[in-house]
Design a protein. Structure first.
Length: 306
């Protein structure tokens, strides 16, 4: 049984916040932020619902499917519009869907967790599933906190997955979670995101490398066979350290965090869409999609672009 990517779509707010703008209210500078994170600007605005619906609509249009063609909606988000109800049913309503819809929260690994969930749903009788990663992180940022305010941003990315009885675009998965690290990156009810940056960095590099190596082994290929690495867009130094340990040149990594910042579960689809739009991946080529996030969660997958 197989899974095919049939369409992609993204949505980002119009409001661009540059490092220079942040430096007017924070003890920081464009050079300081860019050197330590790789981020030059980020998008702020919208909501998980509005951004998710727009990205979902664009993915459906790209796949040439109608609302009646979608059997299930899986929405990955760390920042739902409400505690209850879930955001997914509201997004489904905005898109004219009449199918089941649910949220998945695995933080920055959320989109990959949602893809894995969709894969299981497709293998049990569903035909097409809309997967969306959508975040409104700016709502939960203390804009006087230099450590977090420069990192987090808003955005959404989506894909339509279709069942294929003969072949698959998804060759392997390696997912995991370690709740003992839950306090390293948190956001309490009514609070703001807080992070132990040094420890998150150390663990993130390790779990990305470990899960990527396992996903490569399961897929039966090596790092040399990869045309692209599509990592979670958290920090340029994490991406550099992980690719170096995997023996992969940075030229093969897709980096969009300079424009979008850290958009959590939206970051991998934002990066994948950028690679596709710029012709960086061609039919038959392999890509590693890998992410990590609060929880601590992680997820890597090997895909073969068709």
């Amino acid at each position: 049984m197989g899974v095919r990517f049939k369409g992609w779509g993204i949505a980002v707010p119009d409001r661009v916040v540059t490092n220079e703008e942040l430096s007017k209210t924070l003890d920081t500078s464009d050079d300081w932020i860019a050197e330590r994170t790789g981020i030059r600007e980020r998008r702020i605005g919208g909501s998980a619902r509005t951004l998710g619906a727009l990205a979902g609509k664009r993915a459906m249009d790209d796949a040439f499917v109608e609302p009646s063609d979608i059997d299930f909606l899986v929405l990955a988000t760390t920042t739902p519009d409400r505690i209850a109800p879930a955001t997914a049913p509201m997004v489904a309503n905005d898109l004219g869907l009449t199918c089941p819809a649910m949220d998945v929260n695995a933080a920055c690994s959320g989109f990959m967790y949602a893809i894995r969930t969709a894969q299981g749903l497709l293998e049990t009788g569903n035909k097409r599933i809309l997967v969306i990663g959508s975040e409104h992180l700016s709502r939960w940022v203390d804009w006087s906190d230099r450590n977090m305010a420069v990192l987090l941003a808003d955005g959404a990315g989506a894909t339509v997955l279709e069942y294929d009885p003969n072949d698959t675009d998804v060759l392997s998965f390696c997912l995991g979670a370690d709740g003992s690290a839950a306090d390293l990156l948190t956001c309490e009810h009514g609070g703001y995101f807080e992070m132990d940056g040094k420890e998150v960095f150390r663990r993130a590099v390790r779990v990305v490398v470990d899960s990527a190596e396992k996903a490569l082994e399961i897929a039966g290929i090596s790092a040399d066979d990869l045309s692209l690495v599509i990592p979670h867009q958290a920090n340029i130094r994490i991406i550099q350290a992980a690719t170096q340990r995997l023996g992969i040149e940075m030229e093969r990594a897709v980096v969009v965090l300079d424009r979008y910042g850290n958009t959590s579960s939206a970051s991998i689809p934002l990066a994948f869409d950028d690679a596709r739009q710029n012709g960086r991946i061609k039919p038959g080529e392999y890509a590693l999609m890998t992410g990590f996030g609060a929880g601590m969660t992680w997820a890597s997958a090997i895909v073969r672009w068709s």
